[in-house]
Design a protein around this ligand. Structure first.
Ligand code: GUN
Length: 294
């Protein structure tokens, strides 16, 4: 039997819980959590993600601020904006939407974000603390995966987890998180990437397969074993003659072919995407309560 992991539903449950908690904070005269976001340029996908994050803030009763900068902004100007946010006492946490234009050094920007306000969990201090199993902000997509596993009572201990993709946003952190001593965690993790040889030999051994490649419908039925748990992080717009709009959203997994072999599978859309949004809000609430750094 295949169970669909309904990220949309779980994300809504988390956002409802956040709404209740924020209302309690408000009733007690406390500070409303405030998330800020910097968006450079007008990349279509980034616009969509940012709009979803801002809307979720509104629905959960959080304050949000969107700072738009032109694609021509230089690194120094962006760094000044970041220092402003570091010093703005009303802003609890903020994100700089990636990717940035090529003339801006991403690592320089991330290293300038105050680790205390780094609700994306991308700063080296948060990445290091995460690897050491110390309190830290956990990047939203991996955090969303953990919450989806946990809230569906999926036992990960002792399982072989194969991760496809080594990005700093998803693949690398989720491989660390699932190998940590904790729950969810305690997995034996194999991290595969573009230079991995005989990929299918690895994927066929996976009890849990996490795919974050950005390659539409890359994983086929022959690549997985019966009973696999599939976490599909990919989301790509492809042309379709079956929809009114002329396009559809697909994941990195060929859902129709792989779902029948899976015990659990995330749909696209409605799987990991909404979980990422909810997790960002959880991190923002933690920031406003100064839960991690005091
Ligand atoms: N671009 C794609 N995913 C993310 C994310 O989780 N955070 C930021 N800041 N940019 C992204």
């Amino acid at each position: 039997m295949t169970t669909i992991l309904n990220g949309k539903l779980i994300s809504q449950q988390i956002q409802d819980e956040l709404f209740i908690e924020v209302n309690k904070i408000k009733a007690a005269g406390g500070k409303v959590p405030h998330l800020a976001a910097i968006l450079v340029g007008d990349d279509g996908a980034s616009e969509t993600y940012i709009a979803a994050k801002i809307k979720a803030c509104e629905k959960a009763g959080f304050k949000s601020t969107l700072i738009r900068l032109p694609i021509t902004v230089n690194e120094k100007e962006l760094l000044i904006k970041i220092e402003d946010l570091n010093n703005d006492e009303d802003v609890d946490g903020y994100i700089v939407q990636l990717p940035l234009p090529r003339h801006i050094r991403e690592h320089k920007i991330i290293e300038t974000i105050s680790p205390k306000k780094d609700v994306d969990g991308f700063h080296p201090q948060n990445v290091g603390r995460m690897a050491l199993n110390l309190p830290s902000y956990i990047p939203a997509t991996p955090f969303g995966i953990l919450q989806l596993l946990e809230r569906n009572n999926i036992n990960t201990t002792g399982k072989h987890c194969v991760v496809l993709g080594r990005s700093h946003i998803v693949g690398a952190p989720i491989s660390i998180l699932l190998s940590r001593n904790g729950v969810p965690g305690n997995c034996t993790v194999t991290l595969c990437h573009s230079r991995t040889e005989n990929l299918i030999e690895h994927t066929r051994k996976a009890d849990i397969l996490i795919v974050a490649l950005g390659k539409p419908e890359f994983v086929t039925a022959e690549m997985v074993k019966e009973g696999v748990i599939i976490i599909d992080v990919g989301i790509t717009r492809i042309a379709s003659d079956k929809t009114k709009s002329g396009f559809k959203l697909v994941g990195d997994v060929n859902y129709e072919a792989v779902a029948p072999k899976s015990s659990f599978i995330t749909p696209v859309p409605g799987g990991i995407g909404p979980m990422t949004i909810a997790s960002l809000l959880v991190n923002t609430l933690k920031a406003s309560k100064k839960e991690i750094y005091g």
